[in-house]
Design a protein around this ligand. Structure first.
Ligand code: GLU
Length: 498
């Protein structure tokens, strides 16, 4: 490990706010935090930051935990498993944050403020008209207000100078204090703001490394002053560049107004629930995510989770945005699929096959199913593609695509199909060796007797047996469907020759 790496086990956390559906950008933060904890033999903590009651979505926590579990990101402490620093849900610890805020008031580092939303709006408009950046004007700082209804607690920030944020990705980022108004720590509803809760909990839970999205960087000077005011040591920060779309914008869920369907579909692909439904492998998604903002020291691209843990290092985090490239995600999935055995793939594909072909008794034949999967595996991008790719094995009579029809109905097609029909064995079962021999003989005869080339032979046969123009090897197809189905399908196709 390099010098920026912790020598001792890291305690990291993922601290999502349950405000909506989890997407890959959020999970990338979870993944890197998890990898660091596992790499160093430390602990990974899940903490729910649900203090923004206006944006709270009740189902979000379960969905988020489900997404993490699906990806294989396990936590050592959290709302469901508990731990020495419970509670791990911030709304359950309100008194503790309030006590810290009050303690800061007593120490003179914070104060009560009774500014109404209306007053704050007037201040904001005035600043806007003067071309000044918006900030609280510290109106109540020296008013020595007591606690009371509708009062918030604000932290006293330095009014001049610069706060330097040490960051593992960006090294040092400097913020001018005069641009930051005194931030709210405790809201009038008794809930802490993000600033107060995150600092209290990262300290309380002994977090050593905070990895979080870059959008939180401007909050970090506030956190630094809060740590100082409380006399606590702050953790190491690494602010991760955003995961963006192709135009380098933060991926947003936009209104699916006219013309935006494609974008909406693209955004949908960044949701774990969608990827799961579409048959992506968790290991492939993890591998893809790891490369969004990190790279290993070698050119190796395909990693299983253990390999990622082994290779992970903070000094290879990138400082430029990671683009969410669906083609690349599909490529990773394809690579991971190819590494699975036919038996593993069969187990994964069975649910979608059973849903697509509920009446097929052949799905119970494990050996047949594995052969089927092996015949289409190289064409698969996701597991659910199996149903489409393997359609030839279930649909009898086949449904002819317009492209397949183009290969039928000619004298040459007729010759090829006739020859195949006559070469088929009387019994239904065809062994792989028999299938090889059958096609070899057929090609030789049609070539020397009729002058047909490979394409002229194989295209109509494929069209007749599968109804489409691409897919598995013909030898695999005849083995899988058997001679009787071949005969029926050839007869069906020969009707197109009339
Ligand atoms: N609750 C914040 C979020 O939803 C966490 C930010 C942090 O990690 O400090 O992203």
């Amino acid at each position: 490990m390099s010098s920026t790496e912790p020598l001792r086990p890291a305690r990291t956390r993922y601290a999502p706010s349950p405000t909506g559906r989890t997407h890959l950008g959020n999970l990338r933060t979870a993944l890197f935090s998890w990898l660091l904890a596992r790499r160093t033999g430390g602990q990974f903590i899940l903490r729910i930051e649900d203090t923004d009651r206006n944006r709270f979505v009740p189902e979000a926590q379960a969905e988020l935990m489900d997404s993490l579990r699906w990806l294989g990101i396990t936590w050592d402490e959290g709302p469901d498993v508990g731990g020495a620093f419970a509670p791990y849900v911030q709304s359950q610890n309100r008194e503790a944050y309030a006590a810290v805020a009050e303690q800061l008031v007593k120490a003179g580092a914070a104060y009560y403020c009774d500014c109404t939303p209306e007053r704050l709006e007037v201040v904001r408009k005035l600043q806007q008209s003067r071309g000044q950046p918006p900030r609280y004007d510290n109106h109540c700082r020296d008013r020595a207000l007591e606690a009371g209804p509708d009062r918030v607690i604000r932290l006293k920030m330095p009014e001049d100078g610069v706060t330097a944020v040490p960051d593992l990705v960006r090294h040092e980022v400097r913020f001018e204090n005069r641009l930051i108004g005194d931030p709210v720590l405790l809201k009038s509803d008794g809930y802490p703001t993000y600033h107060l809760a995150v600092v209290v909990d990262d300290h309380r839970m002994q977090i050593s490394h905070v990895l979080r999205a870059e959008e939180w960087l401007p909050s970090t000077p506030i956190h630094i002053h809060l740590y100082e005011a409380l006399g606590w040591t702050h953790p190491v920060w690494a602010h991760l560049p955003l995961v963006t779309d192709f135009e380098r914008r933060k991926i947003k869920k936009r209104d699916s107004g006219q013309g935006d369907e494609e974008y909406a579909e693209y955004v949908e692909m960044a949701r774990v629930s969608t990827l799961r439904e579409k048959g992506f492998l968790p290991g492939a998604v993890m591998n893809f995510l790891a490369f969004l903002g990190w790279h290993p020291s070698t050119t190796q691209e395909i990693f299983d989770p253990e390999g990622l843990i082994e290779a992970f290092s903070l000094d290879r985090l990138s400082d430029s945005p990671g683009v969410f490239d669906v083609d690349r995600l599909m490529w990773f999935n394809q690579q991971h699929l190819r590494r699975l055995s036919a038996s593993q793939l069969a187990t994964l594909a069975l649910p979608s096959l059973s849903a697509a072909y509920p009446d097929s008794a052949r799905l119970d034949d494990k050996a047949w199913l594995e052969k089927l999967i092996a015949s289409v595996r190289d064409e698969l991008i996701t597991v659910t593609d199996v149903s489409e790719r393997a359609r030839f094995a279930f649909h009898d009579p086949v449904e002819m695509s317009p492209e397949a029809l183009e290969h039928l109905g000619t004298p040459k097609a007729y010759l090829a199909l006739k020859e195949l029909r006559e070469s088929l064995p009387a019994e239904d079962t065809i062994s792989p060796e028999a299938a090889e021999a059958l096609f070899k003989g057929l090609r030789e005869r049609l070539k020397s007797n009729q002058g047909l080339n490979g394409k002229q032979i194989m295209q109509p046969i494929r069209a007749a047996l599968t109804g489409v123009t691409g897919g598995a090897h013909l030898t695999d197809i005849v083995v899988l469907i058997g001679a009787d189905a071949c005969r029926r399908r050839i007869d069906q196709a020969l009707h197109h020759n009339i």
